[in-house]
Design a protein around this ligand. Structure first.
Ligand code: 13P
Ligand code: SF4
Length: 356
């Protein structure tokens, strides 16, 4: 459930099992629920003892998502919670850059990500030196980095954003009179946002601003993609529509612009959940990491979510209940950042939380 209010944690194993069965019946086999309820119960006890808070991204596997997180949500919601929590330990059940963002926002806290290997193809596709080089080629252009970047890249940026507020952050900068805005690293998110704002797009990898008309606003991007969302095609959209003529198709803006042009709604994982909650439709299909379809189906048993998709993010998939328990037992894996990175990455991330 995407929520910013704390979830109540069942006190006994029986209560944990009952609550998981209620949510996950028909989604997860019962023998698996029983096995995972035991882990969830141990995690919930330890979490209390250690004064820890667990944040669960919307892409967590259903048994984890519907048992141990105190809060679930998209990157923007979880960053905001991480910035305010009074818990001693933040366990980020998500990928590494999310843990780094929490550390920058609340550096006194111990921040743990349950796997060392939970990366992201976007975050790995750009480095601080690339940003420095882009600034030289487009002098004066503000740099907006997507939250799916490491803190070293954020430290070289002016603003951060998530897919939930990319349009607002870019619009804010164009309204300020900027004609060029560098928006890195996801090419498709940058192109989709430029289309939304009716602004031109330029691939910034080896271009310069010299031939650009001075008065035309331009989004300057980078050319990396989400290894999961780039796999969705227009053919997939057409196949779903052929099978379900009454379906509402919702896609994450990390999908290719041709795909976005063929769907009904575009938005962050929170936008998807809000849409399903608020708008009645005969059925919904989500073009995003496929675990989310299961999580939403469990959350809204009276809504029909088409679940014909099997694309998993191998990075998000690293985070399991077993590893979350180990993370609490061994206080691993700690997110550590150099003080100057924390200091320089803070302002762009604070701005991301403010512009919503
Ligand atoms: P959200 O910002 O929508 O939570 O998505 C994060 C992500 O990694 C998408 O692939
Ligand atoms: Fe990164 Fe894509 Fe995985 Fe999201 S789904 S964490 S963007 S690789």
């Amino acid at each position: 459930m995407a929520t910013t209010s704390p979830m109540t944690v069942p006190a006994s194993f029986e209560a944990t099992l009952a609550s998981m069965r209620k949510k996950l019946k028909g989604i997860v086999p019962d023998f698996e629920i029983q096995m995972k309820a035991e882990l969830a119960h141990q995690i919930n006890i330890l979490k209390k003892e250690l004064n820890a808070i667990i944040l669960g991204h919307n892409y967590m596997e259903p048994a984890l998502y519907h048992s141990v997180p105190d809060h679930t949500g998209d990157s923007l919601q979880l960053s905001s919670i991480a910035s305010k929590t009074s818990a001693d330990i933040i366990v980020f059940c998500g990928v590494w850059f999310m843990g780094e963002t929490a550390k920058v926002l609340n550096p006194q806290k111990t921040v743990l990500v349950p796997s060392e290997h939970a990366g992201c193809s976007l975050a790995e596709g750009i480095h601080a030196e690339d940003v420095i080089e882009l600034r030289k080629r487009f002098p004066g252009a503000p740099v907006v980095s997507y939250v799916n970047t490491y803190a070293s890249v954020k430290a070289e940026s002016d603003y951060c954003c998530t897919s939930g507020n990319a349009d607002k952050v870019l619009k804010y900068l164009f309204d300020q009179g900027h004609k060029r805005v560098i928006f890195i690293p996801d090419e498709y998110l940058a192109r989709n946002t430029a289309d939304q704002l009716n602004v031109a797009y330029l691939a910034g990898n080896d271009a310069t601003g010299e031939n650009l008309p001075a008065d035309t606003p331009v989004v300057i991007g980078w050319n990396v993609h989400c290894e999961v969302h780039e796999l969705f095609t227009v053919q997939d959209v057409e196949n779903v529509r052929r099978q379900h003529s009454d379906v509402v198709i919702i896609a994450h803006p990390e999908c290719h612009p041709d795909v976005i042009a063929h769907v009904d709604v575009t938005g962050s994982t929170k936008t998807m959940i809000d849409y399903i909650k608020e708008v009645d439709a005969p059925r919904y299909a989500l073009l995003t990491e496929c675990t989310m379809g299961d999580n939403v189906a469990a959350e809204f048993p009276n809504k029909e979510v088409v679940r014909a998709c099997s694309l998993r993010c191998k990075h998000m998939n690293q985070i399991t209940l077993e590893d979350t328990l180990e993370a609490l037992k061994k206080i691993q894996y700690k997110v550590e950042l150099a003080p100057d990175i924390i200091q320089r990455a803070k302002q762009p991330i604070d701005r991301m939380i403010q512009i919503r």
